[in-house]
Design a binder for this molecule. Structure first.
Ligand code: PMP
Length: 363
């Protein structure tokens, strides 16, 4: 059957982190450590757990298609208006909506080398041209990205912090970049890992929306809020852009359990504080040990760190699997000798570090 465009033909299926249950089956072990998908090692909050049980009775009904309560709560938290928010089935859903609503096959979409894999995916799926701009020090080279804008550029994706490198752009750098982007070009500032950045360093990205109607900020409940399996993310934009995104989305793209869980955890400051603190401590545990072992890594502001294992990362990944530890090889992101490791609980980090030493024959 003929495909819609050559972009679709060039796509590979998204490679998610290997599921724990799969490795359990393969190795016949039950104590697998998974540090592969930047998930929250705390597990879901107790308040969410209780709520999900209560919500089960509602499941014969359709969800609230407009996500009224969650949008209202988000608007209050973000000092924005509910009309500026678009909810998605994870922020991936919102990234796709943006591309689908604004980009056609004549357009170019810009993103950085070593950037999130969903950017080329959503671009190629609609047959547009994916333009990858070389990175600088593993992170975005915003000057090169500004220079790469052409008459055909319609959309630019920037992840801050970036996945899989964890690199971070300062508010000054981003603002300087936004000032250079023509206002008919959309800029998506993907802040999936925003909550892990210390408050003093976070960009006032939602406040910027008043100055930059072409800016869209995306965030997620999958990381610091611990709801990856429930799939809830959102965009904050001008009301005009939100109106367009709301027109192209599926009517019930967020399910009832996800909406209720997101609303509950958004109000749970203790959970968020605990998530961020566990990450801070775990990040130090990992990086201090890398330093001791003489392994270089890319300093990260997110909930994962990318370490140079000095040889083929895919092989080290396979060897770690045999030790019951799942991490992420990132050769597909142009980093063949690096592994991306999500920050886990202390004992999980320790298991990973011990397995890594064994596999790399380090002391
Ligand atoms: N953006 C970035 C940069 C990410 O790393 C991720 C998660 N891997 C996402 C967006 C999407 O997350 P979700 O769809 O779970 O919200």
């Amino acid at each position: 059957l003929a495909l819609a465009n050559t972009g679709v033909q060039s796509l590979q299926p998204y490679q998610a982190g290997k599921p724990t249950s799969e490795l359990e089956r393969e190795l016949g072990l039950s104590n697998i450590v998974k540090l592969a998908s930047n998930e929250n090692p705390l597990g879901i909050s107790n308040r969410v757990k209780q709520l999900l049980v209560d919500e089960l009775d509602e499941l014969s009904r359709y969800p609230d298609s407009n996500g009224f309560y969650l949008k209202t709560a988000l608007a209050q938290k973000l000092t924005a208006k509910a009309e500026q928010i678009t909810l998605g089935n994870g922020s991936n859903d919102v990234l796709e909506l943006i591309a689908r609503a604004y980009v056609n096959p004549e357009h170019e979409v810009l993103f950085s080398e070593h950037a999130f894999v969903v950017y080329p995916l959503v671009t190629k799926a609609i047959g547009a041209k994916a333009v990858q701009v070389p990175a600088k020090n593993y992170g975005h080279d915003l000057d090169a990205m500004a220079a790469a804008i052409t008459d055909r550029t319609r959309l630019i994706f920037i992840a801050n912090p970036n996945n899989p490198t964890g690199t971070f752009l300062t508010s000054t750098e981003i603002k300087h970049f936004l000032d250079k982007v023509p206002n008919n070009v959309l800029v998506v500032l993907d802040e999936a890992y925003y909550e892990y950045v210390i408050k003093a360093e976070r960009a006032p990205s939602v406040a910027w929306l008043t100055h930059y109607p072409n800016l869209i900020v995306t965030r997620t409940f999958s990381k610091a809020y611990g709801l990856a399996g429930l799939r809830v993310g959102y965009a904050v934009s001008s009301p005009q852009v939100a109106d367009v995104l709301n027109r192209v989305r599926q009517p019930f793209n967020c399910n009832s359990l996800s909406l209720a869980a997101a609303e509950t955890v958004l109000d749970d400051d203790d959970y968020l504080t605990a998530s961020v603190e566990i990450n801070r401590v775990g990040m130090l545990q990992l990086t201090e040990r890398f330093d001791e072992l003489g392994l270089s890594y890319i300093p990260s502001k997110a909930n994962f760190v990318t370490v140079d294992v000095g040889r083929d990362g895919a092989e080290v990944y396979q060897a770690l699997l045999q030790e019951g530890v799942i991490v992420r090889p990132i050769g597909g992101y142009g980093l063949p000798n690096h592994l991306r490791v999500s920050v886990g609980l202390e004992n999980e980090n320790q298991r990973f570090l011990e397995a890594l030493c064994k596999v790399l024959a380090l002391q």
